[in-house]
Structures are given as structure tokens and as C-alpha cells.
Ligand binder design. Structure first.
Ligand code: DQA
Length: 156
């Protein structure tokens, strides 16, 4: 398979929700010291090493995240979604993921099941292919590996 062809089937949107723009300085005991830019830089170079293309969207606004999912239709082959607080409340985001029908990996830096009870419920979990939670910034790398695994599985 030639490079161009492989890349075209390996486009991944990484979507980050409210307050994740503050990573690095936001509750470092919970979320670590790595900034969102550092996470994105690492993912970009990892994706390139795997002949994949990646785009990043972060927004503090539910509607913008939904718009980003709509825009990903026709471009993204997979999505990595950390919906942050909206994980636990947004039917709109859940419905957008269902509507887009793009294979989705849900990620969280913290282990949401070791935290307050209201974080134990994810409205995204059962519409995602799977969930990665609790590995800090490394959750995103695992999320990327999972997304590419899904695409390889689909393509084989
Ligand atoms: C989070 C967990 C959510 O409960 C929280 O609201 C976040 C971040 C995580 O990555 O651990 O903002 O999604």
C-alpha cells in the first residue's frame, strides 16, 4: 500500500472539552504537569511515525465541540475524545458521536471511576469503541494506538 493511500485512511481528530486548555496548571495532582500543547506535539509526531494525520480541537463550549464533530464527517476516520466535564452531562455530544458514526476512543487523564460518583457515569462510553482512563497524558498516546488499531482492523 502506498504512503498517500495509507494516510488517507488514517485521519484522526483529537477533541478536548472544557478546561483542558489549562492542563499543566489545572489541578496538577489530578491531571499532571503536561500541557495540552505538549500532549498535542507528542501525538502529532507519534501519528506521523505511524503514517497517520491528526487534527486537534479544544473548546470550552459544547456547541463548538458538536460543530467540530460535524466538520469531521468526511475527513476523520477515527476520533479521540476527552469531553472533560461534558462526558458526564452532554446528550448533545453523545448524539453527535452517534450521528457522525466515526469510530471513537474516549480518553481521560484521571481514572474517573476512582473519583466522585458523578464522574462514574459517562454518556459517551457506550457509543465509543472503548475507553481509556487514568494514565495521565499517556492516556492520549494509548488512545491514538487504540484508534489506529481500530482503523487497521477495519482495513484488513
Ligand atoms: C477528565 C475527567 C472529567 O471528570 C473532568 O471533568 C475533566 C477531565 C479527565 O481527563 O480526567 O475535566 O475528563
Amino acid at each position: 500500500m502506498d504512503g498517500a493511500k495509507r494516510e488517507s485512511g488514517r485521519r484522526v481528530l483529537v477533541l478536548n472539552g472544557p478546561n483542558l486548555n489549562l492542563l499543566g496548571r489545572r489541578e496538577p495532582d489530578q491531571y499532571g504537569h503536561t500541557t495540552l500543547k505538549e500532549i498535542e506535539d507528542e501525538l502529532r509526531s507519534y501519528a506521523a511515525s505511524q503514517v497517520a494525520e491528526v487534527r486537534f480541537v479544544q473548546s470550552n463550549h459544547e456547541g463548538e465541540l458538536i460543530d467540530a464533530i460535524h466538520k469531521a464527517i468526511g475527513w476523520a476516520d477515527a476520533m479521540i475524545v476527552n469531553a472533560a466535564s461534558l462526558t458526564h452531562s452532554s446528550v448533545g455530544l453523545r448524539d453527535a458521536i452517534i450521528a457522525a458514526a466515526i469510530p471513537t476512543v474516549e480518553v481521560h487523564l484521571s481514572n474517573i471511576y476512582r473519583r466522585e460518583e458523578f464522574r462514574h457515569r459517562s454518556l459517551i462510553a457506550d457509543v465509543a469503541a472503548g475507553q481509556i482512563t487514568g494514565f495521565g497524558a499517556f492516556s492520549y498516546r494509548l488512545g491514538m494506538e487504540a484508534a489506529l488499531y481500530l482503523l487497521d482492523k477495519k482495513g484488513s
